[in-house]
Design a protein around this ligand. Structure first.
Ligand code: ATP
Length: 311
């Protein structure tokens, strides 16, 4: 850093997400699946503060959620994002990264991906590397399937391996009650369970589509901003696998659905369960019921904007 440096540090905020639709395609020979998903960014935010430094470090990790499971070494997606940007732009310095997390860790809500997206934007501003949003999107896709969406925010459709992302039209506000769970679910384990289930019961349930696609009903419901319509077409192909790995979540699902939620869905690979409410008041009532039953809950809404500089 020099005295003339206009930005000693940059703060960027990026949202977590709920997949309101997730179709998992057939297992490919390389072990991956094509996906079709509709993302909605929701009002839980990760703040990344990037400060000039000679080395690449994750300094503080704090937040409103337990952050014990967050690695501070090279496994941290924020650190990988900073290194990738430096490599691609030929930047020679480093960065100190501080994280403030609101998205439950290993919760299926893309918190690490939001950190990576926020770090790309923060370092680009801090270092003056001046990449276009298209270039940042390309780097984001190399870091993980959910990272491009955390940059974009709002509502969007993702297909392929997360490399194809298109904004979707959405009207109004959707209210959710989230039930979080302290014990995370590993995403690879959830996919592994889905693959085994399809292998064993392929005759009844099929092996998954060759080219998965987001249902037009979901896109219509999002365009209309109609929670009832959306409730009828929420879908997550990983849900059955996650509930098989974590039978305790079935009870939570049943409680929410019998206590006024329009519908419940496991978020990504879980364990967070997202309950769709008919409005803000209904969401607050549902939250009270779930709290009284001893659950940890969060009230959120979507869609909200993607990663942006806040200071
Ligand atoms: P995914 O579905 O991408 O596996 P998730 O949304 O369920 O993730 P995250 O909180 O994003 O949950 O992180 C999953 C795992 O990634 C964590 O267990 C942690 O080991 C690792 N990880 C790497 N970087 C981060 C980060 N910045 N914040 C949180 N976890 C991180």
């Amino acid at each position: 850093m020099t005295l003339a440096d206009p930005f000693p540090s940059v703060r960027v905020r990026a949202p977590g997400k709920i997949n309101v639709f997730l179709e998992v395609g057939r297992l490919q020979p390389d072990g991956y699946h094509d996906l079709a998903t509709a993302f909605q960014a929701v009002s839980l935010y990760e703040d990344v503060v990037a400060t000039h430094d000679d080395d690449f470090t994750i300094a503080q990790v704090t937040g409103s959620v337990p952050v014990l499971g967050v690695p501070r070494d090279e496994r941290n997606l924020a650190l990988r994002a900073a290194r990738l940007l430096a490599e691609e732009t030929g930047y020679h310095g480093g960065v100190r990264i501080d994280l403030y997390k609101e998205v439950p860790v290993s919760g299926g809500m893309g918190g690490g991906s939001a950190d990576a997206a926020a770090t790309l934007l923060a370092c680009d501003a801090l270092w003056g590397t001046g990449l276009s949003s298209g270039d940042l999107q390309k780097l984001a896709a190399r870091l993980g399937a959910d990272v491009p969406f955390a940059l974009l925010g709002g509502t969007a459709v993702g297909t392929g391996r997360g490399d194809r992302l298109n904004p979707a039209l959405a009207r109004g506000r959707v209210d959710w009650v989230l039930v979080t769970n302290p014990v995370g679910v590993s995403t690879p384990e959830a996919y592994g369970m889905l693959d085994r289930h399809r292998e064993e019961h392929g005759a009844q349930i099929g092996q998954g589509a060759e080219s998965p696609a987001v249902d037009t009903d979901v896109l219509h419901a999002l365009r209309q901003g109609d929670p009832q319509m959306l409730a009828a077409c929420l879908r997550n192909d990983l849900q059955a696998a996650t509930l098989r790995l974590r039978p305790d979540l079935t009870e939570t699902m049943e409680l929410g659905e019998s206590s006024g939620a329009l519908a419940g869905i496991v978020s990504g690979s879980g364990p967070t369960i997202a309950f769709l409410a008919s409005g803000a008041e209904a969401a607050a009532e549902l939250q009270q019921t779930l709290d009284a039953a001893g659950h940890d809950t969060l009230l959120v809404h979507g869609p909200v904007p993607g990663a942006r500089i806040v200071g």
